[in-house]
Design a protein around this ligand. Structure first.
Ligand code: ADP
Ligand code: MG
Length: 460
């Protein structure tokens, strides 16, 4: 055990070197070089280590991927907790970053700090940085209207639910930030359900249940994130139930999030499920292509990254699972490009997508698709672009149109133009017709599958 203060005085560099030596044993070298090498220790006083960090992307990434590693490395080398404060490198031209400047911590722990007295909202989670799309319009609107009049709208409680990485935390904290900035309530408390549980258990162990109630029942706006965490925790659910009743009766604003719909909360008290739905339930769905594109462009401009349109488009068609993955892809490219001094290229984008564990296919041109289809079906490719209405050619042409819809992002109209200037209705007809054919003709279905496979291979 080493007492960092006495052993090293104020030597931040030694401390950081010890921690990173340990870290390097735990994480892959490439990850270490990418994420930790660029950090620079600035000072160490009163058990607070200040690290300079290149941008908020680094902070987010480290926070979500390595905070446990970091904690372990700290406790293994120093034998006690210290606080890490990130100072975002403000010499870099990035306005949103300098706004978010500083004081973000990763090593804070309940035993060290006591209960969640303060909400510690992330200043970056705001309504204006939350891109609107069909997938979130309703939830966003509800959140915005209650943030203007907490406790005084019918949206009480508001329950936001949706899969991981779709923006629940962002939206909840945006409510908190908005309320705080405008002074619409005295006390805003944002807390994860995990923290709520920890606080509750600790209050029983230390027989300080009054302080627990004082903190939680004094909130004017309680933002409780990820309530699915209460599943199968009967005692905590009960406490949550009492907290709910007490605040709701007092007209305080309640906002909850869950990664699933209330009816899918297993082993949840029925009374609680019903209360969660008293106000408004709003779902966050997967963003559609246009929203994904808008989100990417927004991230990029926040970070002052030049993101060419074709690359944005490429990422938006490949990364469909959630917003966090979109962000990860961008962060990965950013890290690679600044590390190796490369510009953002298609190659980097493909790399980033592979890094997310996704299959990458290159967008193909209609001509490439026509060639593969023509070769496989023994029809001259030129004829696919001609006016010929010979049966074999019509079939091959329709198959190629069908695949062009799948393997390119061209509009139906643009696809039609590549087939001898046909209109978009013809392309739709081709798609529908092929779909009908493969339903009843399994040989043709196999043929199509085979073609698809060929195209996938050709485009990798
Ligand atoms: P969840 O809590 O649902 O798992 P988060 O709120 O943590 O998801 O969102 C993951 C990341 O995606 C965050 O960095 C968040 O800022 C970002 N994000 C999610 N939805 C949007 C959106 N509509 N516009 C901009 N950023 C978004
Ligand atoms: Mg969350």
């Amino acid at each position: 055990m080493i007492d960092p203060a006495s052993q090293f005085g104020e030597d931040h560099e030694t401390i950081w070197r010890l921690i990173t030596d340990k870290l390097q044993e735990e994480i892959p070298r490439q990850s270490y070089l990418t994420w930790f090498k660029p950090l620079e220790p600035l000072s160490f006083t009163d058990r607070v280590l200040i690290l300079k960090i290149p941008s908020r992307f680094y902070y987010d990434w480290i926070e979500s991927h390595y905070s446990d590693h970091l904690k372990r490395a700290i406790s293994a080398t120093l034998g006690q907790e210290i606080e890490i404060v990130y100072d975002i490198d403000s010499s870099k031209p990035s306005p949103s970053v300098s706004r978010a400047l500083k004081v973000q911590e990763t090593t804070r722990s309940p035993s060290f700090r006591g209960m969640a007295e303060n909400s510690r909202l992330n200043p970056r989670y705001r309504f204006d940085s939350f891109i609107e799309g069909d997938c979130n319009r309703f939830a966003r609107a509800a959140a915005m209207s209650l943030a203007d009049a907490p406790g005084r709208t019918p949206f009480n409680p508001l329950l936001i639910y949706g899969g991981s990485g779709l923006g629940k935390t962002h939206l909840m904290q945006a409510i908190g930030n908005h309320v705080e900035e405008n002074g619409f309530a005295r006390k805003v408390l944002y807390v994860t359900s995990e923290q709520f549980t920890t606080d509750f258990i600790k209050s029983i162990q230390t027989r300080r249940s009054e302080s627990f109630s004082r903190i939680y029942r004094n909130a004017d706006v309680l933002l409780l994130d990820d309530v699915q965490f209460f599943m199968a925790k009967d005692k905590t659910q009960e406490e949550f139930f009492h907290t709910f009743n007490s605040l709701h009766q007092a007209g305080k604003q309640l906002v909850f999030s869950s990664d699933r719909s209330p009816n899918d909360l297993e082993s949840f008290d029925e009374r609680l499920i019903s209360r969660l739905q008293w106000g408004l339930v709003a779902e966050l769905r997967l963003p559609e292509y246009e929203t994904r594109l808008a989100i990417l462009k927004n991230f990029a401009s926040d970070e002052k990254i030049e993101l060419p349109d074709d690359i944005a488009h490429f990422l938006a068609i490949h990364v469909t699972d959630n917003v966090r993955s979109l962000q990860s892809a961008l962060i990965h490219m950013l890290a690679q490009s600044s590390l190796i001094g490369r510009r953002i290229t298609m190659e980097l984008a493909r790399d980033a997508i592979k890094n997310l564990g996704k299959q990458v296919f290159r967008e193909m041109t209609v001509e490439q698709i026509q060639d593969v289809v023509a070769r496989t079906l023994g029809v001259p490719a030129d004829l696919l672009r001609s006016k010929t209405r010979k049966r074999e050619v019509v079939f091959a042409r329709q198959v190629a149109m069908h695949l062009a819809i799948e393997f390119t992002r061209l509009t139906l109209k643009a696809i039609g133009l590549h087939f001898g200037g046909r209109d978009h209705a013809t392309v739709i007809h081709a798609r529908d017709n092929i779909e009908q054919i493969i339903k009843r003709d399994h040989k043709k279905a196999e043929l199509l599958a085979d073609l698809r496979h060929k195209l996938e291979l050709a485009s990798l």
